[in-house]
Design a protein around this ligand. Structure first.
Ligand SMILES: NC(=O)c1ccc[n+]([C@@H]2O[C@H](COP(=O)([O-])OP(=O)(O)OC[C@H]3O[C@@H](n4cnc5c(N)ncnc54)[C@H](O)[C@@H]3O)[C@@H](O)[C@H]2O)c1
Length: 309
């Protein structure tokens, strides 16, 4: 559970930038996502008033609504950018209230920022309740939120192990269940894209829970694809290699570690977040309409490399 987010300063100049008015926070007592009434330095209307007007104007009805988790920065934000360029309206969810608010502001066009810990089932359910009630059915879900939490294998803390699995794997399952039920009820032939990793296939000893969770995501992607195919909902995954985000900060600062990665990367560079976002947008869109249950590895060629290379 996370503490109450501080109110986001609403930009009154940007009338169509609604994130300030839409920012949700989760109370530390009830796990319910509550609405903030941005009456302090916005105009006189409450968030609800803005939203009703927004929906009445039909701005959301003519475009698909996409939810990206862990979207305040890095790969999640790049996915949101790519989906927005494909004409979708975005809801960004993240555990970090300040950054998700800023990210939604940055993306603009009425992007909604929501605070949600994807490791907490109550918070995930509250978020989907709010989305259903206030924003309408989503057609695309990107399960991107993930943490690595390294530690020594022999003494790896079990609570940490559980927390990684709760965020990286159970969170993906719960969000997929909720999103697909919404899509089915609304008659939407939607798409779900999960963020796996090359660590679904290759292992690093210092991140046991991470590797297990990403292997789980790969398999869960296949299971969900089979379960949801009768409803014409496609489920795929992307498995990034080494991508230049905060998650790679430790490696970036360690030339020896970077040398090791480059020795196993045929394209001889790390990838950008946007190179992942573009593949996610492909899997979320019509151009991949006959692909389901797949994981696409976007890794500069690493997975295909034999030890003799
Ligand atoms: N960067 C890489 O090299 C790499 C490689 C393979 C896979 N991935 C995967 O890509 C995804 C995004 O990673 P990134 O590199 O952008 O990392 P990042 O740390 O830059 O961003 C992760 C985002 O997720 C959010 N987040 C963390 N815990 C959360 C939670 N419990 N609930 C909701 N949001 C939460 C963070 O606040 C942050 O905004 C992860 O699933 C990661 O495993 C990254």
């Amino acid at each position: 559970m996370i503490s109450t987010a501080s109110p986001h300063p609403c930009n009154v100049q940007t009338k169509d930038c609604l994130v300030g008015r839409y920012l949700k926070y989760i109370t530390s007592f009830s796990c319910h996502i509550n609405r903030l009434n941005f009456v302090y330095d916005c105009d006189e209307q409450t968030e609800t008033g803005h939203e009703i007007r927004y929906l009445k104007e039909g701005k959301m009805s003519d475009k698909q609504l996409a939810l990206v988790t862990g979207a305040a920065q890095g790969i999640g934000y790049a996915c949101a950018e790519a989906l927005a360029e494909d004409g979708m309206h975005l809801i960004l969810a993240d555990i970090n209230a300040g950054s998700v608010s800023a990210a939604a502001d940055r993306l603009g066009n009425g992007t909604v920022g929501m605070v949600c810990d994807m490791g907490d089932v109550d918070q995930i359910n509250s978020m989907f309740d709010t989305i259903e009630k206030e924003h309408g059915p989503i057609g695309v879900l990107v399960n991107n939120a993930g943490v690595a939490m390294p530690g020594d294998f022999l003494t790896y803390d079990l609570d940490v192990f559980q927390r990684v699995l709760d965020i990286n794997l159970r969170g993906v399952f719960v969000a997929t269940q909720r999103a697909s039920r919404i899509m089915i009820d609304a008659g939407i032939e939607g798409a779900i894209v999960n963020m796996s990793s090359i660590n679904a296939l290759v292992a690093i000893p210092s991140i046991p829970a991470y590797c297990a969770s990403k292997g789980g995501v790969m398999q869960l992607t296949k299971v969900a694809a089979l379960a949801l195919a009768p409803h014409n909902i496609r489920v795929n995954a992307v498995g990034p290699g080494s991508i230049d985000t905060a998650m790679l900060a430790g490696v970036n600062a360690d030339p020896a570690a970077m040398d090791r990665i480059m020795s196993r990367t045929p394209l001889k560079r790390v990838g950008s977040a946007r190179e992942i976002g573009d593949v996610v947008a492909f899997l979320a869109g019509k151009k991949s309409s006959y692909i389901t249950g797949e994981t696409i590895y976007v890794d500069g060629g690493r997975i295909g490399m034999n030890y003799t290379c």
